[in-house]
Each structure stands twice: as C-alpha cells, then as structure tokens.
Design a binder for this molecule. Structure first.
Ligand code: PMV
Length: 332
C-alpha cells in the first residue's frame, strides 16, 4: 500500500486540533537555478533529483485564514472569490483538509500574489508555502522548518523551497515517506545578484508542470541523463555561490534550464513551452554576452525568461530589455 499525504501528515499532528482564530503569512516566490523535473512519487511529490533556487524577496504570496461566518468554505485569489469546484480552490481546500481533518470549522482562505501577473510567473510555489505557514499559525502547530518544507512540498514540489529566503537547496531524499525530502537555506548571500523577470507571453499554459514532468519521465529517453546533469550542476552552483563566481553561476543555471527543456522537447507528444519571442530573447542574451555583457537566463515550464546578472550591469540590461522587472533577492 502506497502512503498517502494524509497518512504522512497525520503522523506529525496531534489527534485533534483546536479551532483557530485567524492567521496570516507571506512566502516568497523562487526561481530554480538547478531545476526540479520528474517525480519518483506522484502522491507525495518526491523528486528524482535535488534542486537549488533563489527566493524573490518581497515578491510572493500572502495568505490569510479566518473562520467563515456563513458556515461554508471560501477561497479568494487576489480579492476574487474562486468557485469551490475550480482547480485552484480544489487544490487549496484539499491541502487545508490535510490539517483540518475532522474539525468542523469552515474557513476563508484569502491569497494575494504580488508577483506582477504580467511577468507570467508561476505562483504555486509561494502560494502553497504561504498556505502552509498560515496553517501552522492558525492551528498553533509550531512545526520545525523542515516539516513545514516537507509538507509544503506535498502541495507543490517547488513550494518546499519557498519556505525560506535566499539560496535554498531541496534535497531529494530517499525515504518512502519522503520525510527526508525537504529544503534547507544556504548560509551564503550575494547582495549584488539580480534576477530580471522578462515577460514573453501570458495566459494559462496548456500543459502544467505536473503533467509535463510526468510525460517527460514516461516518454523521453533523453530524460535518463537528466539526474546526472542535475547532480553535477548542483555541485557547480554550490561552488559558484561559495566563491561568488558569477560566470559559473550563470552558465550552470542556463545550461541546466536548457537541458531540462531538451528532455521536454524529446517527450512524446513533444512539449515545447517556448514561443518565438522566447527564442528571440535567448538570441538577444547570447548576442549581448558575445559583446561582453555578463548576462545569463533560466526558464521554467513556460515561455518567459528570467535573466541573471550583477547589480553593476543593471542599467545595460534594462536598456536592452524594456519593462524588465528587476528583483534583488538579497536586498535588506
Ligand atoms: O512545483 P511544480 O510542480 O510547479 O514544478 C516546478 C517545476 C519547475 O518550475 C520547472 C522547476 C523548479 O524547480 O521550480
């Protein structure tokens, strides 16, 4: 019998929880420099490889939980009520249910994302991390960060990393119950590092990351080399962070992202998240780099690019890419 999320979470909670009054929490969005792509356990979101990210400081999700006064659950996103049978509300309530269980207290879960929607950034990582942190406060659980990360992972894999700011490593773990699969912050900071969010296209993607990674694992022979690539890149990135070697950080992150996309393209039916404008932006980055600007990119399961550069080159990068949203992950 395979373990369910319910089985795993219940082991760490008291038999019954006291009703909560209200709670609010914030979690940052994060960008992986070494990507998580592929699950060894779909129910628990256990990854095939370890990953490493940088959190986006003030950009993320704020979630507030309050008891409902009309006897029903409510889920709001950016001030708008979401139908309970929508995909978004369904995921939120299913996650809340892991903790609420037999407690008969209807809740209102109100989430605001301050990630510019124009940047087309996924918000499931910060969303589930903020929800986990808010539930921890609401039910007065005082869970250890490692547990918060492991539980957030069950909402969305990358949410395990959004429990922390700064550089974060999510170790894949090997246990069947996944309790050794959680993220930890790295102690190093990098004040000059900048992440530029470059919007290429917005709109709902046709294949979400859950379905995309499953298709890749099941149909792409090329995927067999991915865990090796990811392990080698993680080592290089850790080294780059310790030595503040920007070229090594940027080149490793870019190659890692393109390797992940190569496995997607080699899936069947093929999975290509790029739009013509994504490819044009890649060529622009490569040209600027050839002209001497230390600029790299990474990309997730979507058409947008995230640019990596150092503060001293911010003006040059912003001159080249209009409407770039620049984040300083280690500012203050
Ligand atoms: O956490 P998920 O299921 O949304 O998957 C995230 C996948 C990538 O964004 C492509 C990579 C990553 O590590 O964040």
């Amino acid at each position: 019998m395979k373990l369910t999320k319910q089985d795993v979470v219940a082991r760490f909670l008291p038999a019954t929880l006291a009703e909560g009054a209200q709670a609010e929490a914030f979690a940052p969005s994060n960008i992986a420099l070494c990507k998580y792509w592929g699950k060894r356990d779909k129910e628990l979101n256990l990854p095939i490889n370890s990953s490493l990210s940088v959190s986006l400081a003030h950009l993320g999700s704020r979630t507030r939980i309050t008891p409902s006064d009309d006897g029903a659950d409510h889920v709001l996103l950016n001030g708008e009520e979401q139908p309970l049978d929508s995909k978004f509300a369904g995921k939120v309530i299913a996650f809340v249910e892991l903790f609420r269980r037999e407690l008969d207290q209807p809740l209102t879960i109100d989430t605001h994302n301050n990630i510019p929607t124009a940047a087309g950034l996924a918000s499931s990582a910060s969303g589930f991390a903020a929800l986990m942190l808010a539930l921890d406060k609401f039910y007065d659980l005082a869970l250890e960060p490692q547990l918060l990360s492991a539980f957030a992972r069950m909402g969305s894999g990358s949410a395990s990393r959004s429990i922390y700011q700064g550089f974060v490593e999510w170790q894949m773990g090997h246990r069947e119950d996944g309790m050794d699969s959680y993220a930890m912050p790295l102690e190093q900071s990098w004040p000059e590092l900048r992440v530029g969010l470059l919007k290429v296209a917005t709109g709902e993607k046709k294949v979400d990351s859950r379905a995309g990674m499953q298709r890749t694992v099941e149909t792409a022979h090329l995927y067999q080399s991915w865990p090796l690539q990811a392990a080698a890149d993680l080592e290089k990135l850790t080294d780059a962070i310790v030595r503040r070697d920007f070229e090594l950080l940027g080149s490793t992150a870019e190659q890692n992202a393109l390797s992940m996309h190569a496995t997607m393209i080699a899936s069947w039916p093929p999975l290509l998240y790029w739009q013509p404008d994504s490819v044009a932006a890649m060529h622009q980055v490569w040209q600027l780099r050839a002209d001497g600007l230390p600029l790299y990119f990474t990309m997730d399961a979507g058409p947008n690019l995230k640019l990596l550069f150092s503060a001293e080159h911010q003006q040059a990068v912003c001159d080249a890419f209009e409407q770039l949203e620049v984040v300083a992950p280690f500012s203050g």
